[in-house]
Design a protein around this ligand. Structure first.
Ligand code: ZN
Length: 269
């Protein structure tokens, strides 16, 4: 295409307009419209615009599934063994521990009542039978602890340190309806609950005797006595003896009292 001579001066003055005009004329000559840029794909057509269903967050927070406790009634608690069943079970354990005993059921003395009581007669141990000539009367549960202490610990300690078997332990009566420390009034002793025993002496197969509070014991027997006293702290919640107070200068006192709120708290003197 040739521009007319009369347009030339104008185009020199307005070069930009001339360029536009040239383009327009060129397009008109070819009968085409100017190519347009490819339209961007619509957002909705983007393959990653929507997440697969498994990545979709839930439309609304789903309520947590109800726990079985909410959706079903609680099952009833397992039946607790009755006192009579516990007493029978304790007697079975006494026999297993080698304890010879008499089942007394219920013993009373004035205001003191002990149910599930036993009288302890002897304990079979690896080093022979240990007699309990005082036949102390205690709660069955206490008798089981005392019997185990004798069989598992006291008899082996005597055999190891004294070189002779333990044959008998002289105890008090166990059950005594009295206040603490032998007083007539005040808080009841654990003896009044059948939950305590006093140990006075230990007899050996060679006729020697370890008497609690005896300061003239030979060295091996003194070591044995110390071991007996210390080991009892692993079985009983209270262990008292010479040095604890005047009331215990000539015997060891063992009981299973609950001190404070925790049964882990012990008095071991
Ligand atoms: Zn006592």
């Amino acid at each position: 295409m040739v521009l007319g001579a009369d347009l030339k001066p104008l185009l020199l003055i307005f070069p930009a307009a001339a360029l536009l005009l040239a383009v327009a004329l060129s397009l008109a000559a070819h009968g085409k419209s100017a190519p347009l840029p490819e339209p961007k794909p619509k957002a909705a057509e983007s393959p990653r615009k929507t997440k697969p269903a498994h990545e979709q967050p839930p439309a609304a927070p789903a309520a947590p599934p109800k726990s079985p406790a909410e959706s079903a009634p609680e099952p009833p608690p397992p039946p607790q063994p009755s006192p009579a069943e516990l007493y029978q079970d304790c007697q079975t354990q006494l026999r297993s521990a080698g304890v010879e005993f008499e089942a007394l059921d219920k013993i009373t003395d004035g205001r003191c009542i002990v149910e599930t009581a036993v009288a302890l007669i002897s304990v079979s141990t690896p080093s022979g039978k240990v007699e309990l000539p005082g036949h102390p009367r205690t709660l069955c549960a206490f008798g089981l602890k005392f019997g185990r202490w004798i069989g598992e610990t006291a008899a082996p300690i005597i055999a190891a340190h004294a070189g002779a078997a333990l044959t008998a332990i002289d105890t008090g009566p166990g059950f005594e309806c009295r206040a603490r420390n032998g007083e007539n009034s005040g808080k009841l002793s654990e003896h009044a609950r059948g939950n305590a025993v006093d140990v006075v002496s230990f007899d050996l197969a060679d006729r020697r005797r370890i008497t609690v509070g005896d300061t003239g014991l030979d060295e091996q027997l003194a070591i044995a006595l110390k071991g007996l006293r210390t080991s009892a702290c692993g079985y009983f919640t209270t262990v008292l003896g010479p040095g604890s107070n005047e009331a215990h200068k000539n015997h060891l006192h063992f009981d299973l009292a609950l001190h404070g709120k925790s049964d882990n708290y012990r008095i071991c003197e």
